[in-house]
Design a protein around this ligand. Structure first.
Ligand code: ZN
Length: 258
């Protein structure tokens, strides 16, 4: 099943929905508990999709593809390298990525995102799939110059709009060997395969939940393949995970604070 959050045009509010044969219908209840579906009646291209989840936190994994670590001259870590993005950075499909005036080098990072469906702590790798609700597409937008300058990554990764997610959460997707791609203005920039992850998803879940409790709706960004590159005002960036979906966002400059 493919879950979305969308702007209900009759009730004028954001809500969960489901996608069926190119149409969206309301869902009542909780995606992680009891729920009921209404008929899918709005054409997908006519509804405004929101980010498909509202996470309490976004846990990201750095250098989880060897080819991407190499393009920055970095070693592949011996344990997962994790960091956080704030929930305030989340935007949905079609929303603009805003380039902040503090950075001259904002880059895209195409990533597969894991969405958690159960409260999870000390989960063993061999039981990790049980806490996964589904998968979505993410862009781990990064101010590369600030990442280098600051030595830690909160500012570089944490600007508003730096966590595009969507277009939906697919609960049936097989994440083990999918192509992960980025295109800017239709031109291919990144290509890798999820089988190339240094630490596969079960190990990531075990590692992260040995540190912190994951809650339903929390998101893990599983790292980016090689080919990251700059975004400029007027660009349109697409991240695609093969068989899962395409996340498309325009890019614009910040007009305040400058
Ligand atoms: Zn990343």
């Amino acid at each position: 099943m493919r879950w979305v959050r969308f702007w209900d045009p009759e009730e004028n509010r954001g809500r969960y929905g489901w996608v069926h044969e190119g149409r969206v219908g309301r869902v009542h209840g909780s995606p992680w508990d009891e729920f009921e579906r209404e008929e899918a009646r709005w054409p997908l291209e006519e509804v405004r999709l929101l980010a498909p989840v509202t996470p309490s936190k976004i846990v990201c994994v750095g250098r989880n593809y060897a080819a991407h670590a190499a393009e920055h001259g970095a070693e592949v870590p011996t344990t997962p390298l994790i960091f956080l993005k704030p929930p305030s950075a989340v935007i949905g499909p079609g929303e603009a990525i805003v380039l902040p005036p503090q950075s001259q080098q904002v880059e895209h990072e195409a990533e597969l995102a894991v969405v958690i469906g159960r409260r999870a702590r000390w989960v063993r790798a061999d039981q990790a799939w049980e806490v996964v609700w589904g998968y979505t597409v993410a862009n781990d937008v990064t101010a590369r110059d600030l990442q280098r300058r600051d030595g830690q990554w909160t500012r570089a990764k944490g600007f508003d709009t730096f966590a595009p997610l969507g277009p939906w959460v697919d609960t049936d997707f097989d994440p083990t060997d999918a192509a992960v791609m980025a295109r800017v203005n239709g031109e291919e920039r990144q290509l890798g395969f999820t089988r190339e992850m240094v630490f596969p998803i079960p190990q990531l879940i075990a590692y992260i939940t040995s540190v912190m409790t994951l809650l339903p709706g929390d998101v893990i960004l599983t790292g980016t393949p090689a080919g990251v590159g700059p975004l400029r005002p007027g660009d349109v960036v697409e991240v695609e995970v093969e068989g899962l979906g395409v996340l498309r966002n325009p890019v614009r400059a910040e007009t305040r604070g400058v």
